[in-house]
Design a protein around this ligand. Structure first.
Ligand SMILES: [Zn+2]
Length: 83
């Protein structure tokens, strides 16, 4: 898994400097079914295509940010800090 990731703070770096934090998923609301929580915690969609993910710049600024990555090509389309 070698590709470039542009940290919003530090710019383009090797993906090896980062820690993958998983997909960005919307958190179920209190009162949602147990099934919704189960899906949220235990399942991964692993879609082929563009996916929003969490990344942590372990060997750099040590900040969490989000990235839009095409899982088919490992191309990172955009990175940003969550609101
Ligand atoms: Zn950084």
């Amino acid at each position: 898994m070698s590709f470039l990731l542009a940290c919003p703070e530090c710019g383009e770096r090797s993906a090896y400097e980062f820690r993958f934090g998983g997909e960005v998923k919307s958190r179920p609301q209190p009162g949602d079914s147990e099934d919704a929580w189960f899906q949220y915690i235990y399942t991964k969609t692993n879609e082929a295509g563009e996916q929003e993910e969490w990344w942590f710049h372990r060997n750099g600024c040590r900040k969490w940010f989000q990235a839009l990555r095409d899982t088919r090509t490992n191309t990172v389309i955009a990175t940003w800090y969550p609101e």
